[in-house]
Design a protein. Structure first.
Length: 95
């Protein structure tokens, strides 16, 4: 489901929370968005990498960089062992 259009991807699953937090902390709304997204790393229906720049209504500018394709020992696929491309780490057996 995480790679299906309309149901997943790092923008829909993760970035929306970061933008919401930015709005809450600053008390300002996003007025303009510039974005560049790519799905070339995983070839799925949704983005796996991107950059989003937002301009808030009082002029502040913020940029988010994200990738669901960068390996990390804390990634969802590593911790769930969902992707066979990522071998289990020694001592990480959840059983």
């Amino acid at each position: 489901w995480r790679s299906q259009k309309g149901a997943g991807g790092p923008v829909l699953i993760n970035l929306i929370h970061d933008v919401d937090l930015l709005r809450f902390i600053t008390g300002h709304e996003v007025s303009t968005v510039f974005a560049s997204l790519s799905s070339s790393a995983r070839q799925t229906e949704v983005e796996d990498t991107g950059a989003v720049t937002v301009v808030l209504d009082h002029g502040a500018v913020g940029t988010f960089f994200f990738s669901d394709a960068a390996p990390s020992p804390w990634s969802y696929e590593f911790t769930t062992q969902e992707n066979a491309k990522y071998p289990a780490l020694p001592g990480s057996d959840p059983k």
